[in-house]
Design a protein around this ligand. Sequence first.
Ligand code: FAD
Length: 84
Amino acid sequence: MNIKKTLVVIGNGMVGQHFLVNLVASPANENYEIVTFCEEPRPAYDRVHLSAFFSGKTAEDLSLVEPGFFEQCYRMCRRRRRIL
Ligand SMILES: Cc1cc2nc3c(=O)[nH]c(=O)nc-3n(C[C@H](O)[C@H](O)[C@H](O)COP(=O)(O)OP(=O)(O)OC[C@H]3O[C@@H](n4cnc5c(N)ncnc54)[C@H](O)[C@@H]3O)c2cc1C
């Protein structure tokens, strides 16, 4: 039986999400239960193109998180949680 370790990622920004996507795509993913804490109300989005929000892009357009990414087993995003 593979006992998973808990991997905690504080902040779900552009870098944190990129890290998670790469981790999930690697064989190491099998070893971890992932919990990410995000002080913002929404998961990672494209800050570089944030100003496009004012010219018609939606929050969904700017999201960097594939639908269902955090709904899968062993992956969780706790929003509005600031880790001190
Ligand atoms: C309008 C705009 C335009 C930009 N244009 C460019 C560009 O052209 N080129 C470029 O290279 N960069 C650009 N940047 C900068 C780029 O967005 C950042 O370099 C990039 O977002 C950094 O990624 P990050 O994941 O390290 O941090 P962030 O994207 O800031 O993500 C960090 C996340 O972690 C959360 N967090 C932090 N501490 C905690 C905590 N203790 N507990 C819980 N959550 C926490 C934050 O709330 C945030 O959601 C731009 C930024 C803005 C705002």
